[in-house]
Design a protein around this ligand. Structure first.
Ligand code: HEC
Ligand code: HEC
Ligand code: HEC
Ligand code: HEC
Ligand code: HEC
Ligand code: HEC
Ligand code: HEC
Ligand code: HEC
Ligand code: HEC
Ligand code: HEC
Length: 340
């Protein structure tokens, strides 16, 4: 029987084939067709340039600023890669053939400019090349796509012109990206700031006393989320069966343990922790550990989740601190009751 896992693997297999073919052959689409109004020039990623293409040097003659920026990105380097020899490269991969625009002395109506096109149309331009990669192919499955947030809401077409540094325009100082001065992946602004420009509500969560240090720049939203969408709920990077997003850093919680604590393998880390931040120590969902335990260990469904034994008299303080005794709460190799 095909379970979800094998379906995913089958799909992944398919994507790898596609992306390998893409990398070897260069762009495979011959035309993206006509989307929207009939006089809109839609770029077509052609295998080989024909007489409608003028080449990036010609564009650079009038658009020096853009040419400089693009030249610093991977898009500006395609002509140096053997896989792209003899293909359309440079400006016209995104803006379409430029001859008529040039002959018209820069006629705006004869070039695809990304202005007045919806997010999906703009994204299709990028996906003509990038759909080969699993993460981006999945973009059409994500919440961003469904809500008309496209590639160029997060990425700049020509690469970032700014470097991030303390006090740079529009950058709140604590929100600097950890690693560098230059914005990676052509993002429009530092990642945290970018995400929070729309998801402002999470800022409060990351400001709570117990939190992941995202605002401090110690980690990124994309350490846990896939900004490009995917199969998982909330676009978290959860691999099949395990909490990959969390395990990547908290490897000691991964197991396998001889004695697993049920919810870790079933509901996952978020059955007990709030991932962004919390007023409770250890980012627990409840203020007191025992409240959390008693949520499940009610004794009502004894065979599934045993209630705490009667010796656990809750009038006695000593029995209120569950994890003093059940200290290996994430799983144990030696104690079925998670004592160590
Ligand atoms: C002869 C000079 C010249 C050349 C060569 C040229 N352009 Fe332009 N381009 C212009 C001018 C002038 C404008 C501004 C038109 C305006 O603002 O009215 C323009 C505007 C644009 C725009 C913006 C259109 C808009 O809706 O605002 C894009 C995109 C563009 N050019 C891309 C290109 C590309 C790609 C090439 C190379 C294939 C190219 N241009 C070559 C002169 C040129
Ligand atoms: C990876 C796709 C891509 C490539 C390659 C690209 N552009 Fe653009 N271009 C865009 C996008 C997207 C915009 C819309 C502005 C934005 O959101 O970044 C744009 C906007 C423009 C504009 C309008 C004015 C502006 O700067 O916003 C001009 C002019 C332009 N591009 C020229 C060029 C030239 C010249 C080249 C080659 C040197 C080039 N582009 C290469 C995607 C691209
Ligand atoms: C003609 C094909 C083509 C088109 C169209 C295209 N790209 Fe790319 N893009 C590439 C290639 C090839 C690379 C380099 C891939 C690599 O290094 O793995 C790349 C790299 C990137 C990167 C990584 C840059 C970095 O510094 O790591 C981003 C982000 C990106 N593209 C976004 C876009 C966006 C957004 C669009 C649409 C506006 C777009 N691309 C359109 C071919 C394309
Ligand atoms: C919600 C914001 C967002 C949207 C929308 C988005 N991206 Fe990205 N993208 C990011 C972030 C953040 C990174 C850096 C992730 C990292 O470093 O792991 C990234 C990285 C990339 C990279 C470089 C790393 C890689 O995976 O190869 C490429 C290429 C890319 N994006 C292409 C695209 C394309 C194409 C689209 C549209 C189909 C798109 N992105 C839409 C946020 C976004
Ligand atoms: C241009 C605005 C915009 C940007 C930038 C943006 N998002 Fe979103 N995001 C949305 C919208 C709109 C939705 C769908 C509505 C909603 O659930 O909030 C969404 C949905 C999501 C969801 C799913 C929410 C759910 O309830 O299932 C996650 C997770 C998410 N975004 C993370 C990110 C991350 C991480 C970044 C930065 C890499 C980012 N977003 C950047 C607008 C944006
Ligand atoms: C430590 C991992 C982690 C980091 C870092 C992280 N998230 Fe999340 N986020 C999650 C998980 C896990 C969920 C799902 C929570 C659930 O289902 O209960 C989530 C849920 C969300 C949601 C859905 C709404 C909600 O509250 O359920 C949004 C939107 C979101 N995150 C945005 C962001 C943004 C923006 C950033 C960066 C500023 C970010 N996240 C950083 C793990 C993380
Ligand atoms: C990129 C690495 C990374 C990822 C991914 C990550 N964490 Fe963390 N986590 C940390 C670091 C580093 C700390 C230390 C706290 C700090 O920043 O001071 C931490 C702290 C914690 C703490 C609190 C520990 C304490 O002693 O107070 C909990 C609970 C936690 N993480 C759970 C999770 C969960 C659940 C996920 C998945 C949703 C997750 N983490 C994903 C790096 C990560
Ligand atoms: C059954 C509830 C539960 C689940 C599920 C759970 N935790 Fe915890 N976790 C706790 C409790 C309770 C504590 C506090 C222990 C204490 O009181 O010292 C804790 C503490 C932590 C700490 C800080 C102390 C330490 O042991 O490092 C981290 C980090 C952590 N959890 C990560 C995770 C990760 C990652 C997952 C998912 C793989 C996860 N937790 C799943 C209950 C849980
Ligand atoms: C989200 C629900 C949930 C939460 C919260 C939870 N547990 Fe559990 N616990 C379970 C399940 C399910 C089992 C597995 C029962 C089984 O397989 O026999 C289990 C098993 C146990 C066992 C082993 C029982 C046995 O007989 O093998 C102990 C001890 C235990 N939990 C203690 C705790 C403590 C202490 C806390 C609070 C820190 C806690 N649990 C929080 C669901 C939960
Ligand atoms: C002083 C140490 C201690 C403390 C504190 C403690 N326990 Fe226990 N717990 C034990 C012992 C010992 C056992 C094994 C009892 C037995 O052998 O039947 C046990 C067993 C359990 C079991 C398994 C019951 C079964 O039938 O399998 C659960 C569930 C449990 N405890 C939950 C809790 C919860 C919830 C708390 C906090 C309110 C807590 N414990 C606090 C010592 C402790």
């Amino acid at each position: 029987m095909l379970n979800q896992h094998s379906i995913k693997l089958a799909l992944l297999g398919g994507f790898f084939v596609v992306s390998a073919a893409w990398l070897m052959a260069g762009p495979v689409l011959t035309t993206t067709g006509n989307i929207g109004s009939s006089d809109l020039i839609v770029p077509s990623v052609e295998a080989t340039p024909d007489e409608r293409y003028v080449g990036s040097e010609t564009c650079a003659g009038c658009h020096e600023t853009q040419a400089k920026k693009v030249g610093n990105t991977k898009h500006g380097q395609l002509h140096t890669l053997s896989a792209w020899k003899g293909k359309v490269v440079g400006c016209e991969t995104c803006h379409g053939p430029g001859k008529e625009h040039v002959e018209g002395g820069g006629d705006k109506s004869k070039i695809f400019s990304f202005q007045n096109v919806d997010a999906k149309t703009a994204s299709e331009t990028c996906l003509a090349c990038h759909a080969g990669k699993e993460a981006h192919n999945n973009f059409r499955r994500g919440d961003h796509w469904r809500n008309n947030i496209g590639c160029i809401q997060c990425h700049s077409g020509h690469g970032s012109d700014s470097v991030i540094s303390t006090g740079a325009k529009g950058v709140e100082t604590p929100l600097l990206h950890r690693s560098n001065q230059r914005l990676r992946a052509m993002l429009r602004s530092g990642e945290t700031q970018l995400c929070m420009s729309c998801h402002n509500e999470v800022k409060a969560q990351f400001s709570k006393p117990f939190r992941h240090k995202v605002l401090e720049g110690a980690m990124n939203c994309s350490d846990c989320h896939n900004p490009h969408g995917g199969f998982e709920s909330k676009q978290t990077k959860l691999a099949v069966g395990t909490d990959a997003a969390c395990i990547k850093c908290h490897t000691d919680k991964q197991g396998p343990f001889a004695f697993e604590h049920g919810p870790l393998k079933l509901e996952g880390c978020t059955s007990c922790h709030t991932p962004h931040g919390s007023s409770n120590p250890k980012m627990l969902k409840r203020a007191q550990v025992r409240q959390l335990c008693f949520e499940c260990h009610t004794g009502i469904t004894e065979e599934l989740t045993p209630g705490a034994p009667s010796l656990h008299n809750q009038a006695q303080v000593r029995y209120q601190q569950c994890t003093v005794c059940h200290s290996a709460i994430h799983g144990s190799n030696s104690s079925r009751y998670f004592f160590r």
